[in-house]
Design a protein around this ligand. Structure first.
Ligand code: AMP
Length: 216
């Protein structure tokens, strides 16, 4: 399947994407994961992205499009992909549309994950992430803590609170979302590609997507 997952930070895009990859071999493409990996590796991209990320703002569109143009042409995308955290602005959505035409790729849908703001705030302040750039497994101190406190179940690396998950940065990220990313819902509605789902439960989102795409 080839989907865009839209939704505020903490709406569950990453969790839903990981569940969907198990269905048909589609890959999760998270621009946030790619950028965090670049920051940790200290690459030029990471250096340019870090300050924007830490403050809760967005990384410039040109950098993101450079990443995505390469990523979508990698062989593992052939079976399908789940775009998690991209596009994030109307210019990115326009550029993606042109890129997909160029690559001859047709998307199945843009899925908008709808979650009440108080649920989002609670999820983000209690979320913890594996700091290993190759893993980046997600935990929650309340609902899904790692088996050994502070250590990733999958790879044993430290599980930490992201620099952009302090109260202040979260509030900025939600403002950025409302201003820059929420307009994408109207964009994809006009394109005839929008699917709205109540995303309070990730399993229910996966079922709705399966039903819409006719997957058993
Ligand atoms: P995420 O993990 O998707 O919440 O992304 C973490 C941070 O990475 C965001 O707050 C942005 O600073 C940056 N980022 C991720 N994806 C994008 C994107 N498509 N466009 C611009 N900035 C992005």
């Amino acid at each position: 399947m080839k989907l865009i997952l839209l939704g505020a930070p903490g709406a569950g895009k990453g969790t839903v994407a990981k569940l969907l990859t198990k269905l048909d071999g589609s890959v999760q493409i998270s621009t946030g994961d790619i950028l965090r990996g670049a920051v940790q590796a200290g690459t030029e991209l990471g250096k340019q992205a870090k300050a924007h990320m830490d403050s809760g703002g967005l990384v410039p569109d040109a950098l993101i499009m450079g990443i995505m143009e390469k990523r979508l042409q990698e062989p593992d995308c052939a079976k399908g992909f789940l775009l998690d955290g991209f596009p994030r602005t109307i210019p990115q959505a326009e550029a993606l549309k042109a890129l997909l035409v160029k690559l001859g790729i047709k998307l199945d849908a843009a899925v908008s994950l709808e979650v009440p703001r108080e649920v989002i705030l609670d999820r983000l302040t209690t979320r913890r992430t594996c700091e290993n750039p190759k893993c980046q497994a997600i935990y929650n101190v309340k609902s899904m803590p790692p088996k050994v406190a502070g250590k990733c179940d999958k790879c044993g690396s430290n599980v930490v609170q992201r620099a952009d998950e302090t109260e202040e940065a979260i509030s900025k990220r939600l403002d950025t979302y409302n201003e820059k990313t929420a307009p994408l819902i109207g964009f994809y509605q006009k394109e005839g590609m929008l699917m709205n789902v109540n995303a309070t439960s990730s399993d229910a989102v996966v079922s709705a997507i399966k039903q819409k795409l006719g997957i058993n």
